[in-house]
Design a protein around this ligand. Structure first.
Ligand code: DGJ
Length: 468
């Protein structure tokens, strides 16, 4: 969409002095306007530290207080134990970073990233002032008092029952390494489902797609991998359709799996797995557009690019249409959403269970071209922003009552004990100018900024679902 001045008229058209003068007035006014627009876009850009100067636009006023920039100041403790002078000489002291602390299970800062049971969010207890508050990283209990098991998940709003259903990996088993160099894993247990009316109090609806215990050749055999399940509803067939990443222990099968149910709470009937469009497929997501067409998006070509294509009308398969996007960008964990006709997506880098920098992308057409806009994270501190608040994207939930406002859902993986991975839910808004719009239209950025705001504690505006 880059605008080239290919239709520039020859200057000989400026016949005489009078018209030359008026043309130059018009030209200079235009230049002035463009400069003003450009200045406007600059004022709305990120400051050098990754915070944001100003970008409140578009979305619902009730969401504005969630756009306060909240800083985190975490002091890294001095290294424990004395080093012998010889050791110090051999290996000069390396500065410990916050990421080292996060990855170190015995870190003194562990409680900051993985707060203990005492601070758990328990919607069944009188939480007083903390009622309906999200505390990213804290243990989150369901209505039975057990930690929610819905990792790498996504949410379906079921119009028929006016209920939210949260589906995710049920990982409540021991973490181990199948091979010395293999990634930490938990055997497949199944897909957990939780229901809620308020997005805070979640009732366990059980395992809606269970692992296969006996048949070793089955995709869902416990020794395999089932990740990132997502469910959408098909208005024509009246079926709930689940798509998921299916793999073997070594992540070489690289396929998608499909399951179907008559009810949002299952049981889901597992249909098959395949390599979509004949390509390897790892992290994936499903997006249902306003016109009812649903799309599969997946990391492919060894995670070097993403592929996107529409599903068949019954949502049970892919069609032959597929586009390669973000080629060579090495992104995974896609979470897609739409606002005012534009498609947006958050992705992560590819570093196993370790956190890395999120990027936001935008497109006019869902099949692309997609453009990368930059890091959407605001607040915390620099390391928080460079690690997606020590988490990885999984889903972006639109808040129907609050136009332009979303919940960003991410997983704070705990590779030492995957069942104890935490949820990082934060407010996400679309508005203001993007930081790094690659395509400029006379210097005026085409895309709106996607912003995810760090908050230690936050809640949705009072009676948010009734607002329009
Ligand atoms: C990163 C992916 O996003 C996760 O879903 C999972 O596959 C891990 N890699 C495994 O290391």
């Amino acid at each position: 969409m880059r605008m080239r001045n290919k239709y520039r008229k020859p200057t000989t058209l400026l016949g005489y002095a009078g018209s030359r003068c008026s043309v130059s007035v018009v030209v200079w006014s235009l230049v002035g306007c463009l400069l003003l627009l450009h200045l406007y876009s600059l004022v709305h850009q990120k400051d050098g530290e990754g915070g944001v100067l100003q970008m409140r636009m578009n979305h619902h006023p009730l969401f504005r207080e969630l756009e306060e920039v909240e800083e985190e100041n975490i002091q890294i403790p001095p290294p424990r134990g004395k080093r012998s002078p010889r050791a110090a000489k051999r290996r000069p002291k390396r500065t410990t970073t916050l990421i080292d602390e996060f990855l170190d299970e015995s870190s003194q800062l562990r409680h900051i990233f993985f707060p203990d049971q005492k601070t758990a969010v328990d919607p069944m207890k009188d939480a007083g002032n903390d009622s309906f508050c999200y505390f990213p990283g804290r243990i989150w209990l369901d209505t039975d008092g057990n930690p929610i098991q819905a990792h790498g998940g996504g949410i379906l709003y079921d119009e028929r029952s006016s209920t939210y259903y949260w589906y995710g990996e049920y990982k409540d088993g021991p973490t181990y390494h199948a091979h010395k160099k293999g990634a930490a894993r938990v055997d497949i247990i199944g897909v957990g489902c939780y229901s809620s009316k308020d997005l805070w109090t979640w009732k366990n609806e059980g395992i809606v797609l269970a692992a296969e215990e006996e048949d070793e050749t089955h995709d869902l055999h416990k020794s395999n991998v089932l990740e990132r399940p997502k469910v959408i509803y098909n208005e024509e067939t009246h079926k709930y359709v689940m798509w998921m990443h299916i793999d073997d222990t070594n992540y070489t099968k690289a396929s998608v799996g499909v399951a179907v149910s008559d009810s949002p709470t299952g049981p889901f009937n597992y249909l098959y797995s395949k390599r979509p469009h004949g390509f390897d497929s790892r992290d994936m997501a499903i997006f249902k557009d306003d016109d009812g067409v649903a799309y599969l998006i997946y990391s492919s070509e060894d995670n070097s690019e993403l592929h996107i294509g529409p599903l068949t009308q019954d949502y049970l398969d892919v069609t032959r249409v597929m586009r390669r996007i973000l080629v060579g960008e090495h992104r995974e964990a896609p979470a897609l959403f739409k606002y005012q006709g534009t498609y947006y997506m958050i992705t992560s880098g590819c570093t196993g269970w370790a956190p890395n920098e999120a990027l936001a992308h935008a497109a006019e057409s869902i099949l692309g071209p997609w453009e990368t806009m930059g890091n959407p994270c605001i607040g915390g501190n620099k390391v928080f922003r460079l690690t997606t608040f020590f988490a990885q994207s999984t889903f972006v939930l639109p808040l129907s009552g609050l136009s332009g406002s979303f919940i960003f859902m991410a997983d704070r993986w705990n590779p030492a004990d995957l069942r104890d991975s935490r949820y990082v839910w934060l407010p996400l808004t679309v508005g203001g100018a993007a930081d790094q719009p690659l395509e400029y239209n006379f210097g005026f950025p085409l895309w709106s900024r996607v912003s995810i705001y760090w908050h230690k504690r936050w809640r949705l505006p009072y009676r948010w679902s009734e607002k329009k």
